[in-house]
Structure formats: structure tokens, C-alpha cells
Design a protein around this ligand. Structure first.
Ligand SMILES: [Zn+2]
Length: 157
């Protein structure tokens, strides 16, 4: 193999964005949060296998049960943009303008269930990354660590 071919192959290899990068993208998504009722802002960023990142933010509604979580907005964004590319990771970052959060906010139960469905569907784990604006980061290699014994399609057969 000649040098040009080797260089071309090397350039095709992309480095997978790490947790800190994805949390920065989640933080950027905070600017789109629509949270006039709770005043609590959530940003999420989903990484797919092609290396693309899809942001999401929480979107509230005066009819409270209709509020959308940032995680599910980002997952829908990623899935609708590229349904065939498996999801590798999701990062979540919260902001409460009244206090600096010392600990990361975690996905709610509903979002854990939705992430679990995607994991089952693609038969590959999704890394869960949560962090604070001050730089604390926690990483879980699968949603099953945050939602053991989840409800799934096996029960509906
Ligand atoms: Zn949620």
C-alpha cells in the first residue's frame, strides 16, 4: 500500500467525541430550552455511529403533561435525521438559574424507558453521560445500569 493510500485511510478514521465534548454540546442546547414554568433548563446531545451530534432541549407547555424532556427531543431529532445509524451516547446537562447545581441531573424515568427501547432495538448499549456546568462528569455504559428490569417488547409477544 502506498503512502497516499495509507494517509487516506488514516484520515477516514474519526475520533469518537468523548463525554466532555458531548456535554459541551448539551450545554449549548440549553439556549433553546423553553422552560417558562419550571425555570429549569435541560440540554441533551445524542451521538450516532456516524459521529453526528443531535441536540435537544426541554420544551414546556402550559398544559404541563405535554412538556417534553430534552433527552427525548434529542433522541427523536437523531432518529428522524438518520434512523439507520445506531445511537452511541447521550449527554445531559441541567441548569437551575437560581442555584449552581453541585450534582448532575439524571434522565427521568420516562426518558430512561425510551433510551432502553432504543438500546433494545439496536442491540447495542447507549452510553449515558451526565454532568454539571462546573465540570463534574458521570458516565454509564448502558441505560440498563440506570433502569434495570425495564418494561420491554418481550412482554407484548
Ligand atoms: Zn425525561
Amino acid at each position: 500500500m502506498n503512502k497516499a493510500k495509507i494517509a487516506k485511510q488514516k484520515s477516514k478514521k474519526t475520533v469518537r467525541p468523548g463525554p466532555a465534548f458531548l456535554l459541551r454540546r448539551a450545554r449549548q442546547a440549553l439556549r433553546y430550552a423553553y422552560a417558562p414554568y419550571s425555570g429549569f433548563y435541560v440540554g441533551a446531545a445524542v451521538l450516532n455511529k456516524k459521529g453526528r451530534v443531535y441536540p435537544g432541549s426541554n420544551i414546556e407547555n402550559a398544559s404541563y403533561p405535554l412538556c417534553l424532556c430534552a433527552e427525548r427531543v434529542a433522541l427523536a431529532h437523531a432518529y428522524m435525521s438518520d434512523p439507520k445509524s445506531p445511537i452511541l451516547a447521550i449527554a445531559v446537562l441541567c441548569r437551575n438559574p437560581k442555584i449552581m447545581l453541585a450534582e448532575p441531573g439524571f434522565p427521568c424515568g420516562a426518558c430512561r424507558q425510551v433510551i432502553s427501547e432504543f438500546e433494545d432495538k439496536q442491540k447495542a448499549p447507549i452510553q449515558i453521560i451526565v454532568g454539571t456546568e462546573e465540570g463534574k462528569i458521570k458516565v454509564f455504559e448502558s441505560i440498563k445500569l440506570l433502569l434495570p428490569f425495564s418494561f420491554n417488547s418481550e412482554f407484548l409477544k
